[in-house]
Design a protein around this ligand. Structure first.
Ligand SMILES: [Zn+2]
Ligand SMILES: [Zn+2]
Length: 366
């Protein structure tokens, strides 16, 4: 059992980005308490964090639950952030020997799980019936220090680049899992809707790693060039196409084997299944605000033998698999590092769809 020495001093207060009520403005509070690591918890200093669409929807009060209605049970004041990378600086009592001060850890969506329910036992602990997460229940990575459950730590390899790994912990994991759900074979056509975004640019790369031919859909020349540079075979600017489904059918010679929809816009989901060929898979990721519907006729699903899948991030194991492909250089997150105080501006840009890849905030002062 390891504990930090009594001589070590940690600050009592810290800077956090919070909203006092859903839909309220982001405030920077410099007087927020630093959590004390309890039994079997570690205290981590947060170095960097990505900014996810779900953070935007949660703080705006527009995040949808499984019934399509807004999620209202959210801890207030709300401190978002669930794509963080931190360094362990203190161990609470009772941590096992494999948890080390100085080690890199991830701050993900899931924060605590029960380890006993059917989902935990099946290795799908993100669905744990008693789980808590860093989006709705506990303060996330938009703060300088965080206490984490030592038994559910996302222990990251020492040799990763902490600047780029944050976005892998939510966007990357979600994209990776969406691609696994597509069950692609070498040379299959994969359409990624929203290909230039935080999730999309990673789905393009995980899809390429699976040997798929990728057709990216997004808007603008900048995104086109970037998506093609990732090894995509083709690109459609949806603002310039008068017949999007027809264009997909022509390029893929009869429809995609899989379509991954990462868009934050509900409209993108409505006709996505129409882009599929026989026995194709529609893989939904990310959750657009409000009640979004897939408007594909049942007859189409039956007669074409379509599969429709969704997933909530992924398990810790799948997260570490997604991280490993980045560590090995197979997948390269596109990030832009900005100061912590830029968060409100980043939210505005996310809302307008102006961000290619992911913005990463630098949290820790040097
Ligand atoms: Zn997220
Ligand atoms: Zn459980």
């Amino acid at each position: 059992m390891a504990e930090s020495g009594p001589s070590e001093k940690f600050p009592e207060t810290q800077t956090v980005a919070l909203v006092r009520e859903l839909g309220g403005e982001v405030e920077f509070n410099t007087d927020y308490p630093v959590p004390k690591p309890g039994r079997n918890e570690v205290l981590a200093k947060i170095l960097y964090t990505g900014v996810c669409q779900s953070d935007l929807h949660t703080k705006s009060g527009t995040a949808a639950g499984p019934d399509g209605n807004p999620i209202t049970k959210i801890k207030l004041p709300h401190v978002g952030g669930h794509e963080g990378v931190g360094r362990i600086i203190q161990l609470g009592p009772g941590c096992s020997d494999d948890v080390k001060i100085g080690g890199l850890v991830g701050i993900r969506f899931a924060s605590r799980i029960c380890r006993r329910c059917e989902h935990c036992l099946a290795g799908k602990e993100q669905y744990c019936k008693k789980s808590t997460n860093h989006l709705h229940h506990e303060d996330g990575s938009f703060q300088e220090y965080i206490a984490l459950d030592a038994d559910y730590l996302t222990i990251l390899p020492d040799d990763i680049d902490p600047v780029v790994i944050g976005p892998v912990l939510c966007a990357g994991l979600t994209a990776y899992k969406a691609i696994l759900n597509c069950q692609l074979k070498l040379g299959d056509w994969l359409v990624v809707v929203g290909a230039g975004g935080g999730l999309g640019h990673l789905a393009v790369q995980y899809g390429r790693a699976q040997g798929a031919l990728v057709l990216g859909i997004d808007k603008g020349l900048g995104k086109r060039d970037y998506i093609m540079s990732l090894g995509a075979s083709d690109f459609i600017d949806f603002t310039a196409s008068s017949d999007l489904i027809g264009d997909v059918m022509r390029i893929t010679d009869g429809g995609a084997h899989a379509v991954v929809v990462t868009s934050g816009n509900a409209k993108a989901f409505a006709q996505a299944a129409d882009m599929l060929r026989i026995n194709g898979t529609l893989s939904c990721v990310g959750i657009p605000p409000g009640k979004a519907f897939i408007e594909t006729p049942v007859s189409s699903i039956v007669i074409k033998g379509l599969r429709i899948t969704g997933n909530l991030v992924g398990s810790l194991k799948e997260c570490l698999e997604a991280v490993e492909l980045v560590r090995r250089g197979v997948v390269k997150p596109k990030i832009e590092v900005r100061p912590f105080r830029d968060l409100p501006v980043v939210y505005e840009e996310l809302e307008k769809g102006r961000i290619t890849g992911r913005v990463v905030l630098k949290i820790a002062k040097d």
